[in-house]
Design a protein around this ligand. Structure first.
Ligand SMILES: Cc1cc2nc3c(=O)[nH]c(=O)nc-3n(C[C@H](O)[C@H](O)[C@H](O)COP(=O)(O)OP(=O)(O)OC[C@H]3O[C@@H](n4cnc5c(N)ncnc54)[C@H](O)[C@@H]3O)c2cc1C
Length: 399
């Protein structure tokens, strides 16, 4: 049987809809299989500036009425009284200067609709249950039938469909292990005004973990707790919010949605590309979300993969095993930069000192802000050079 489709994509989150959009825009035949019906809730609401140029390419307009403008990130240690705000505008020259806080039900639907408008077929409410890759084609089996295609992109997020089928999931230890989160709504008008002025994400450092507070439009505040040790449950969320004077004040009089829990989300996929397949977004790697890198790396990674795939489809050589090697190299730079930053943030005084220093080295501070903005593919960042050096030392010690 000949392939009936060119590309099948598993999952229509930010990575899947970015890939579908760009393939369809290039005139390629693409079908996305998404197990949920949109709009649907998803965790992860804080974007980074680095993906701003991609929205234009996707034909997606991010509207200040739908989403909250985000100027930067704030780190707070209420135990010591340390507090610092990084404005993206203070990064290295060329780093985009703002981002957005998004309610994912709306954001993901917007991206999916943009892909459909460009000609991608999206099948909602259909689940991929198996996939087989051969030299000539891929067969993707769903709960409704089979699709034979020339190429498969796994953008299934934490479900990591191919990695779980092929047992190539490698958990990353010492990173965020579990989270409990929900939305407060009905914040007082004064609090809404205060949070909306800069729209920054607040990260609170706590024992063995951290909390996020992300302002969303409509008077909502997303609050989550992440721990890398110890028990995670709803009572922990309530305790941590009650223990924080700032969060107590911001949420006074507000109501809260039911809480949700997630665990074991930090992992690498050891087989994220090969003949006729590539995994993008969380399906290829997911790091602790402390620096809000997930969505941006998912979308920029999907863009890079598709830019390699389109010419290969035209030439008919998309079956080459090494087609996605440049994609893997490109993404390694980003994942390693964030992984080093996260490890040092958690396990060394160096980051703590730099973050909260009274008079930080100005060029290191600018470099740090550019990384916090996701602007990691440049070779003039002194802070990134220090992180890369520490990564190499760690690897050679392990090896
Ligand atoms: C606690 C927590 C907090 C986070 N906070 C942030 C943040 O503030 N900022 C940020 O950028 N990132 C954050 N993230 C990460 C972010 O949520 C992800 O990185 C991002 O959603 C990845 O996009 P994706 O397209 O790869 O996967 P997803 O967005 O997960 O999309 C995958 C899609 O695939 C579908 N799917 C799954 N299995 C199947 C199947 N078998 N068949 C068909 N469809 C399937 C799913 O329904 C889903 O719609 C956070 C993550 C966690 C765990």
């Amino acid at each position: 049987m000949e392939p009936t489709r060119e590309v099948v994509i598993i999952g229509c989150g930010p990575a899947g809809s970015t890939a579908a959009n760009l393939l369809a825009a290039a005139g390629r035949d693409v079908v996305v299989v998404e197990r949920e019906v949109f709009p649907r809730f998803h965790v992860g609401e804080s974007l980074l500036p680095c993906e701003l140029p991609l929205f234009a390419r996707l034909g997606v307009e991010i509207d200040g009425r739908q989403f909250q403008y985000k100027q930067g990130a704030e780190f707070i240690d209420e135990r010591s009284g340390d507090r610092v705000f990084f404005s993206f505008a203070e990064g290295l020259a060329g780093t985009p200067t703002h981002a957005w806080q998004v309610e994912r039900a709306i954001f993901d639907h917007l991206l999916a609709d943009a892909a459909a408008a460009r000609g991608a077929e999206i099948r909602y409410g259909e689940e991929v249950v198996a996939a087989e890759v051969s030299g000539e084609h891929v067969d993707v089996r769903t709960d409704r039938g089979s699709i034979r295609a020339r190429y498969v992109i796994d953008a299934s997020g934490q479900a990591a469909v191919l990695a779980r089928l092929w047992r190539s999931v490698e958990p990353i230890r010492e990173m965020g292990r579990a989270a409990v989160f929900g939305h407060f709504f009905g914040l007082s008008p004064e609090v809404q005004e205060e949070l909306g002025a800069l729209g920054n994400v607040k990260i609170f450092l706590i024992e063995d973990g951290w909390l996020w507070a992300i302002p969303l439009v409509g008077g909502r505040l997303s609050v989550g707790v992440i721990k890398w040790r110890g028990k995670i449950d709803e009572a922990l969320h309530e305790r941590e919010v009650a223990a924080s004077p700032i969060l107590r004040r911001l949420t006074a009089g507000a109501e809260r949605t039911p809480l949700r829990l997630l665990s074991n989300f930090s992992f690498r996929n050891q087989r994220s590309h090969g003949p006729r397949h590539v995994c993008v977004g969380d399906a290829s790697c997911f790091l602790d979300p402390i620096f809000s890198s997930g969505i941006s790396l998912a979308m920029l990674g999907a863009e890079k993969a598709v830019d390699l795939l389109i010419p290969a489809l035209v030439a008919g050589d998309e079956g080459r095993a090494e087609l996605m090697a440049p994609h893997a190299d490109h993404m390694r730079i980003a994942y390693e930069s964030f992984e080093q930053l996260i490890r040092r943030f958690y396990h060394s005084r160096m980051i703590h000192n730099l973050f909260f220093a009274a008079e930080p080295d100005p060029s290191l501070r600018r470099g740090l802000i550019s990384i916090l903005a996701g602007d990691v593919w440049r070779d003039d960042n002194p802070f990134q050079a220090i992180l890369a050096g520490s990564g190499r030392r760690r690897q050679s010690a392990a090896g």
